[in-house]
Design a protein around this ligand. Structure first.
Ligand code: R5P
Length: 289
């Protein structure tokens, strides 16, 4: 077995290879110093993967990393790997998981179809909607990133875990069980790409330290709205925790209402404080029996 890391996921690929005790394949991402000036991606495997079970680790965000993922998968196949497991730590495009209106692309399906051209099986981490796994024409499994967050929250001594919307309830429940706290949730309505509204609800948070747990923080709007609600009801400390921290646009400003922001490793940012390599290594071992 050998691990190949795309440039979106190199630290995680390196950590995974270490956990598994297998080599990390050296990959170059530039044909010439400076790469393609027009921004096109380039990959070259520097080590052999012939006859190997190759584990490709690459988050599909931002868009250029989708292209790189497909290039790497194709190169691995051309180089004679006997099996290719794609680990997509953050499955970008996973939120367009159905046709909400006639004529729309089901983006999650589009990506699934193309990744499956070369991959034999797939692992992804805390996906927005687990039903997306059924869109893959290959064996696809979700690995939870929440245990890592739960351990962080336990060490941080939070009193309550809050899901900012009903989609995150399963995550809050799992995190709370590990942190040893109760959990609660809010009802969220999305008004536009940046704005959400939560239904007013009494939360027993007076004088408490509360963690809001979500799969993704993108603009930060969801978390900031929930954080304001918590502070207005007397929470003394609000910690925002997500598996995938995208932090787009003015997210850092938007998240000022939180006392701390924590993200795990699938998308690398200044808030990446928690590794998920042990969770992924366990899933790879289960795959290979
Ligand atoms: C949507 O339901 C997701 O679980 C997240 O709540 C959402 O993607 C967060 O986006 P933003 O940070 O832009 O509010």
């Amino acid at each position: 077995m050998k691990v190949v890391g795309g440039s979106a996921s190199l630290p995680l690929a390196r950590a995974l290879a270490r956990e598994l005790g297998v080599p990390l394949v050296d990959v170059s991402f530039e044909k010439h110093p400076g790469g393609f000036p027009d921004g096109e991606r380039y990959v070259r495997l520097q080590d052999s993967v012939a006859g190997e079970h190759a584990i490709l680790v690459q988050t599909t965000h931002p868009d250029s990393m989708v292209v790189e993922c497909l290039l790497l998968a194709d190169a691995i196949r051309d180089a004679g790997a006997r099996r290719l497991t794609a680990i997509i730590p953050y499955f970008g495009y996973g939120r367009q998981d159905k046709r909400f209106a006639d004529g729309e692309a089901v983006s999650a399906k589009t990506l699934a179809k193309h990744i499956a051209l070369d991959a034999d099986d797939l692992l992804t981490m805390t996906i927005h909607n687990p039903d997306v796994l059924a869109l893959f024409p290959i064996r696809a499994r979700e690995v939870s990133g929440i245990p890592a967050i739960g351990r962080y929250l336990k060490a941080a001594g939070v009193d309550l875990v809050l899901a900012p919307d009903d989609n995150a309830v399963r995550l809050a429940k799992e995190a709370a069980a590990i942190a040893g706290t109760p959990y609660d949730y809010l009802d969220k309505e999305r008004l536009d790409s940046y704005t959400v509204r939560v239904t007013p609800k009494e939360l027993k948070v007076q004088g408490k330290s509360v963690a809001i747990v979500d799969d993704v923080i993108s603009t930060g709007g969801t978390i900031a709205t929930a954080a304001k609600e918590l502070k207005s009801q007397g929470a003394t400390r609000v910690l925002a925790a997500c598996v995938h921290g995208l932090f787009v646009g003015r997210a850092e400003d938007t998240l000022q209402s939180c006392d701390e922001v924590v993200a795990t490793a699938p998308v690398v940012s200044a808030h990446t404080k928690v590794t998920v390599a042990p969770e992924l290594a366990r899933a790879v071992r289960e795959l290979t029996g």
